[in-house]
Design a binder for this molecule. Structure first.
Ligand code: ADP
Ligand code: MG
Length: 283
């Protein structure tokens, strides 16, 4: 008897959207080679929000740039939607720490910049750009230049620019770490709200434990020398999330677990925390 065939839809749904398999990266410099990422494997499902968390220099940006096709792995492979990443692609939107807006262009024209680069028709996208700016509360600022906007506003424009061509995947490299603490908290909530409307697969690089725990479905801790994945942990908080969750014992316990993993990756031993206080940690 013939085995039942799985329908193509079922197979596609079960496959991860981003598949990172035994990826390694060594930078060959004039001095000694730098092994930035040791063999690393991680999958990200469609619609998932995954943070890469770890201290400075542990290879987070390197991994993100390889996913974006802006750096080539020296070993292993990365595929997006089943095809191997070999160069920058259209199905990705990237947001960096600095908004990197064009200073002579208005907020609206900055959002439209990828549309011009990709030679898409401007008019329908102008409407979409205005809708995106309205969504992040910048309707009244569409004609302002970046120098007339605050840091948080510039980063909102950068988010709209990354979303304008409706990519499947958003890659974000410490997008809020240059902002003050209050603006950063506001941006975390704003990003959660944006993603409720525009469902995306997100890979988010941060060195903030709290930010990773608040935003993510999964947090992947990177560390060790050379760096690889130390922990891959599901965040057990329901959505939509509001600030109040940060005060719950469950959230505090998750953050503690993440911090201990990071410390262990660096020193080989976690710092001394009484066992009783570690209870409630969610694996
Ligand atoms: P993170 O984003 O976690 O701070 P990076 O990916 O930027 O880490 O860097 C990881 C390691 O690779 C660091 O030791 C860094 O100095 C090194 N590195 C990053 N980019 C380059 C490069 N272009 N050439 C050489 N070494 C690099
Ligand atoms: Mg970095």
């Amino acid at each position: 008897m013939l085995a039942a065939k799985t329908s193509p839809e079922v197979t596609a749904a079960a496959k991860p959207l981003v598949s990172i398999t035994n990826v390694q990266k060594t930078y060959f410099t004039r001095q000694a080679p730098v092994q930035a990422v040791a063999s690393t494997s991680v999958d990200v499902a469609r619609g998932e929000f995954v943070s890469l968390l770890g201290p400075s220099g542990c290879g987070k940006s390197t991994l993100l740039m390889m996913i974006a096709g802006l750096e080539q792995p020296t070993g292993g492979s990365i595929s997006l939607a089943g095809s191997e990443v070999r160069e920058p692609r259209r199905d990705i939107g990237i947001i960096f720490q600095d908004a990197t807006l064009l200073p002579w262009k208005s907020a609206l024209d900055n959002v439209l910049f990828p549309v011009r680069i990709l030679r898409l028709p401007i008019e329908p996208y102008r409407r979409r750009a205005r809708e995106l700016l309205a969504m992040v509360g910048l309707s009244d600022f569409e004609n302002k230049k970046p120098s007339q906007l605050s840091g948080g506003m510039r980063q909102r424009v950068a988010i709209c620019r990354a979303l304008i061509h409706d990519p499947d995947i958003l890659l974000m490299d410490e997008p809020f770490s240059a902002l003050d603490a209050i603006t950063r908290d506001q941006m975390n909530v704003a990003l959660s709200e944006i993603l409720e409307t525009h469902k995306k697969t997100v890979i988010f690089v941060t060195h903030s434990i709290r930010e990773a725990a608040f935003l993510s479905d999964r947090v992947v801790v990177m560390g060790g020398r050379p760096s690889t994945i130390m922990l891959d942990m599901k965040m057990p908080f329901e959505r939509p999330r509001r600030f109040e969750i940060e005060e719950t014992p469950e959230f505090v316990a998750v953050c503690r677990k993440l911090r201990l993993t990071i410390e262990q990756a660096h020193t080989g031993v976690p710092s001394q925390i009484p066992a009783a206080k570690q209870r409630g940690v969610v694996e």
